[in-house]
Write a new protein. Sequence first.
Length: 156
Amino acid sequence: MKAAKTEVKVTGCSTESGKSLAELMVVVAIIAIMAAIAVPSYQGMATRIQARSGVAEIASMLRMARELAMARRERLLVRFDLLEKTVTLRRADTEGLLEVYRYSDKGIALDEPTAGLDLFFHPSGRSASATTIIIHDREHRRTTVTVSLTGRVVIS
């Protein structure tokens, strides 16, 4: 009795066991070039988002001041301190600090509001004076926050 021979063919195997150093260096160089292109645009985007966040928070604080003045039925004062880089909400006629917002870490700078550093909201929700606040970011883009006599706050 003869044993039958079976032959097994292996196909699709390469004789190379890995990639060459030159191929690896090309891939690393391509990744480095892509990173060099992407990093500045990512930093610019992060700066814009941070500045928008600061503007939205200041506008939100102004809206909150109006709502609180109506809810508490009392005058409230919003004070802008340009040196300390804070916006403070307090009771206007009596002592009482309600909120302090610090925008120094947001990368924004405020020009003095057109109606001065103090902004009052009456119990009716109206503002004592209309004002415009110009906010600059690190890339010198301007955003305007306007408070009308009716107390409405608009970002433009």
